[in-house]
Design a protein around this ligand. Structure first.
Ligand code: B12
Ligand code: SF4
Ligand code: SF4
Length: 244
């Protein structure tokens, strides 16, 4: 007798994504993203869930970043983006095979070079999907790996069970603000998410440092910095053991 295929529920999709190389997977109810800026404006229309997938970065690569990006980080960044795009594609194919719609979004494609925006904020989706909280650095900080993760999103109408958001655990920490070579992190806290980038950052200082200064360093491509990623105690191996 033929064995019936198992339904693709949230645990099954998460298990599959982990076997493909995802470090963390969460599901957001799209209702939690209402009001968010997207390109095009109706990007979320017809979708009920957003799957957030994270790939953990290499600790030795991040530990070597002190006040500027390194050539190794530039290479690592490209490879992790490629894995994220593959994960989003595989998850979409699995969801489509289960009979639902799935839209994989690119890990890191800039659409508006003036405003520095993409299709939607992967960070907003990751926060809504319970992967982490939005830290003072404006980055998503996960309990397991701190901000040492990169993110990607798949939009779907598949009936996946959504996850609950996490509480912000930055507390009185200011390690990212102290480390930032541009003095760009204001140190403001948020319970859920910042209403604007300016609320968390002196955004122009960060933009200038990353895109005008670091982008000219030898072997540095892709608009990277990594200092606020490296400095967070939730991401450092020693701090991770204590804080989990
Ligand atoms: C353009 C871009 C940049 C630009 C602009 C950065 C910025 N802060 O917007 C530059 C080149 C400066 C940059 C720098 C960096 N980036 Co960048 N960047 C992107 C990219 C491609 C698009 C971001 C975008 O569209 N921003 C638009 C703004 C408006 O969105 P937002 O700040 O995320 O969220 C806003 C709103 O959505 C709203 N919001 C948030 N949540 C919610 C929820 C609701 C309900 C509502 C209504 C609103 C709301 O509030 C926010 C402020 O307006 C994303 C990938 C992606 N598609 O998400 C990566 C991304 C954000 N970058 C990332 C990283 C790691 C970096 C750097 C550390 C560089 C590096 N790789 O070393 C720095 C960090 C700078 C910083 N402290 O924020 C990661 C973050 C991973 C993480 N753990 O959080 C991302 C997600 C890439 C990825 N695929 O993982 N980046
Ligand atoms: S990416 Fe670099 S310049 Fe921008 S906030 Fe982080 S540490 Fe500062
Ligand atoms: S370094 Fe500290 S303040 Fe900054 S994001 Fe990490 S925990 Fe939050």
């Amino acid at each position: 007798m033929p064995v019936a295929a198992k339904p693709l529920d949230s645990p099954a999709l998460k298990r599959l994504a982990r076997t493909w190389g995802a470090s963390l997977v969460g599901v957001a109810d799209v209702e939690r993203l209402r009001g968010i800026e997207t390109e095009p404006a109706d990007l979320l229309s017809g979708f009920t869930r957003a799957v957030s997938l994270a790939v953990r970065l290499s600790d030795p690569v991040l530990d070597a970043i002190v006040d500027r990006p390194t050539p190794l980080y530039a290479q690592h960044y490209q490879k992790v983006n490629a894995l994220l795009d593959e994960l989003a594609l595989r998850a979409s194919l699995a969801i489509q095979a289960a009979g639902s719609r799935a839209l994989p979004l690119p890990a890191s494609q800039l659409l508006d070079a003036e405003r520095l925006t993409s299709y939607l904020s992967h960070k907003a989706v990751a926060v809504a999907a319970g992967l982490g909280w939005q830290g003072k650095s404006l980055l998503v900080v996960t309990p397991q790996y701190g901000p040492r993760v990169r993110l990607v999103t798949v939009l779907t109408d598949h009936g996946l069970t959504p996850d609950a958001p996490l509480k912000n655990r930055c507390g009185s920490c200011a390690a990212c603000a102290e480390a930032c070579p541009a003095g760009a992190i204001r140190g403001a806290s948020t319970d859920s998410h910042y209403a604007s980038r300016e609320e968390a950052l002196f955004f122009e200082r960060c933009r200038t440092k990353v895109l005008d200064e670091f982008a000219k360093l030898p072997h540095i491509t892709g608009g990277i910095c990594g200092v606020c990623v490296s400095a967070c105690p939730f991401g450092k191996a020693a701090g991770r053991k204590k804080k989990r």
